[in-house]
Structure formats: structure tokens, C-alpha cells
Design a protein around this ligand. Structure first.
Ligand code: GLA
Length: 377
């Protein structure tokens, strides 16, 4: 990548940084309700080779792009001004400056092996890689959580996607061999050991190849529905509704909001149960919680799709301990916990089921919990 950087930008880089994509084990659509999440970072990451510039220009190049440099004046960055993938890194530089950090320009060369549009948080990885490189290039005193929040602001305000904070927190704060148990209200976090491989269990990721797009309005509508429900219940956020109060809340709410609330409340409960099991090292027992979470996303939150439903059902009937869609939904990826001796069987069963249904061939890989954003060279 250093050679490529020199070829594109004509000078030597200062260093290389990486930020991972993620899968969320459980706790979906809870983050913008001030709730709980439990993601792991993937071994797949966005790598950025970078050098600072003194002329206030931000020059961006992606190995996955169209072989063109995007050249922007840092002082002129404004929300909505940069279309395409370049809006994510440009948004981070804008967010840093908005937050009062005196940062200037840079040359940034990106290379990613996080599948994009697969619900594996390639955008958060792009943002967090940029923020981590800038932290070091400009010697900023930025803790990982702060870096994540600035990255989320870039996505919310600069790119215009109303996401929660989970993906950026996962990319910035995860530790190797652990899931990040995060309270999204105050960002309290705990690393919970997650090495199912030691008990002969694989975490299989199935990318259904159905591209999901958080910017398409459905996510914003769900978020607005949850916020409206909290308001009607007189709560700061749905996180404040305990499971004991659920039936009374459902009776009080308009019919269309009830299922959203039921999902969020029960999903927060599933995170708590999952953490208890992981603390005891009971990875196999996590399976049914995943499958239950999928049913809730499919039936109450209605963010699954025929491909994710088929992948989950097929995985479970072929011997997975449990499975669910992961991420925002409307396509994207499914995770399954599978006894290692059955991983091949489950992969083949899903591939055959997709073929029979006339769907595109899914991509599968086994994931381990990797480290969050860091300097690599
Ligand atoms: C997307 C968003 C996250 C979160 C998930 C659903 O990944 O970026 O903030 O809301 O969807 O859990």
C-alpha cells in the first residue's frame, strides 16, 4: 500500500491505520433507543495509508473506487456537499473541525476488504479509519469512544444517514477475542470474552448479497416510530420501558407502534441474557437467543427479507445452534452459531436453498472477534 500511496500522491506516507467492520451478536435497533448492543469487530477492515498536508487540501483515493483522486478544501467542507464514498472520510474531517480540533489537510489512500452494502459496517470502518489516522497525524487527544461519536456525527450530519452509535463504537472500541457490551445511553462498555472456537463452535457469517441501504428512508421511519412511542409513553427513550410495563404500554399505544416497542424491549432483555451466558462461557446456549431475536426482527420490527429469513431457517434446520440477521436489515448478512463439524453442511444447505429459490449465491465466512481501530504501520 505504501507503493500505491506514492504512485497516487507522489510522496511517502506517514503511516497505515486500520478500522474493522462488525457483526452484532444481539441488540438490533436498540442503539437509537438508548439501549444495549453486543457487537464484535470482524477481521475485515478498512486500511488507510496517510500523510498530513500543509496546504489545507484533503485528497482521497480508494483502491475500490474509480481511479480518481477526490480533492477537497478542508475549510470548505459542508454537510451534503460531497456525494459518493468520499463523503464519509470528508465528514469525519468536518466533524473533527466542528468539535474544535484544529486539523488541516491530508492525503488518504483507502483499501478495504469489508464487503460494502452487506450490513457489515463498511461505512463505520471507513469513518473510524479516517478518525484514527487523523488522531495520530495531528496528535489529537481523542479516546476511542470520542472518535466513534465524531464518526457517527459525520454520518448523521454530513452524509445524512440517521444511524445510531453501535457500528462506530464497535469499529473503534472492540477488543480481540471479545464482544463489546455497550450501553448506548452513556457509552459505558465492557469487553465480554467471545471465543466460541475454543468450544468447537463457529460464528458463520452469511452475506445474502441483498444490498441494504440505510439511507433509503425505512430506517429513519423506524427510528421516528420508536421516538414517537417513547414520547407518547412519557419516556426519554424506549430503553426506559421495563419488560413488566410492556403490556400496559402496548394497550396505550396506537396499534402500529406496539410491535416496534415490543421488539426494542424484548431485544434489550435478550442482550442481558446473552451477556450472562457469555460471562459463563456458555456459547452454545446463545443460539436460541439469536433465533428468537430474528423472529422479533421479522415479525415485530419487520426489517428482515425473504433472503435473510431463508438463510436463518435453513441454517437452523441444517444444525446451527441459532441464527439471525445482523445489522439494520432489509438485506445484508445473517450470523449463525454452528458446531464446527456442521459448518460445511450448513454452508451447503444455504447455498442449495438459495439456488432453489432463484437467489444469488451467498458469500459465507467464519468470523472471529478482532481488535478495534489501530495503527498498523
Ligand atoms: C445500522 C445502524 C446502527 C444500528 C443498526 C441496527 O447498522 O448503523 O446504528 O441501528 O443498524 O441495530
Amino acid at each position: 500500500m505504501t507503493d500505491e500511496f506514492e504512485r497516487i500522491f507522489g510522496a511517502a506516507p506517514t503511516g497505515v491505520w486500520a478500522a474493522p467492520g462488525r457483526v452484532n451478536l444481539i441488540g438490533e435497533h436498540t442503539d437509537y433507543n438508548d439501549g444495549f448492543v453486543l457487537p464484535i469487530a470482524l477481521p475485515h477492515s478498512v486500511r488507510v495509508t496517510a500523510a498530513p498536508r500543509t496546504d489545507g487540501r484533503l485528497r482521497l483515493y480508494s483502491a475500490q473506487g474509480d481511479d480518481r483522486i477526490t480533492d477537497l478544501p478542508v475549510a470548505g467542507l459542508a454537510p451534503g456537499a460531497v456525494a459518493s464514498w468520499a463523503g464519509y472520510p470528508a465528514g469525519v474531517v468536518w466533524a473533527l473541525r466542528e468539535a474544535g480540533y484544529q486539523v488541516g489537510g491530508a492525503d488518504l489512500y483507502f483499501d478495504s476488504d469489508v464487503p460494502s452494502g452487506a450490513g457489515l459496517s463498511s461505512s463505520a470502518a471507513l469513518e473510524c479509519a479516517t478518525a484514527t489516522a487523523y488522531r495520530d497525524l495531528y496528535e489529537l487527544d481523542l479516546a476511542p469512544a470520542e472518535l466513534a461519536v465524531l464518526s457517527q456525527r459525520a454520518e448523521n450530519r454530513f452524509v445524512g444517514v440517521p444511524c445510531g452509535v453501535m457500528d462506530q463504537m464497535a469499529s473503534a472500541c472492540c477488543a480481540e477475542g471479545a464482544a463489546l457490551f455497550l450501553d448506548t445511553r452513556d457509552l459505558t462498555q465492557r469487553q465480554v470474552p467471545f471465543r466460541p472456537g475454543e468450544q468447537g463452535i463457529d460464528l458463520l457469517v452469511i452475506d445474502t448479497r441483498v444490498k441494504h441501504d440505510l439511507g433509503d428512508g425505512a430506517y429513519a421511519a423506524l427510528r421516528a416510530g420508536c421516538e414517537r412511542a417513547a414520547e407518547l409513553l412519557g419516556l426519554a427513550a424506549l430503553r426506559d420501558l421495563p419488560v413488566e410495563g410492556l403490556s400496559r404500554a402496548l394497550a396505550a399505544l396506537p396499534a402500529e407502534l406496539g410491535p416496534l416497542v415490543r421488539h426494542v424491549v424484548t431485544e434489550n432483555g435478550r442482550v442481558a441474557r446473552a451477556v450472562e451466558l457469555l460471562d459463563k462461557g456458555e456459547f452454545a446456549a446463545l443460539g436460541p437467543i439469536l433465533t428468537e431475536g430474528h423472529a422479533s426482527l421479522r415479525d415485530d420490527f419487520e426489517v428482515s427479507c425473504p433472503e435473510t429469513d431463508l438463510a436463518v431457517a435453513t441454517a437452523v434446520s441444517a444444525g446451527a445452534l441459532g441464527a439471525r440477521m445482523t445489522g439494520g436489515g432489509f438485506g445484508g448478512s445473517v450470523i449463525a452459531l454452528v458446531p464446527q463439524q456442521l459448518t460445511g453442511t450448513v454452508e451447503q444447505a444455504i447455498s442449495a436453498a438459495f439456488q432453489a429459490a432463484g437467489y444469488a449465491e451467498p458469500a459465507t465466512f467464519t468470523a472471529t472477534a478482532a481488535a478495534g481501530a489501530h495503527r498498523v504501520g
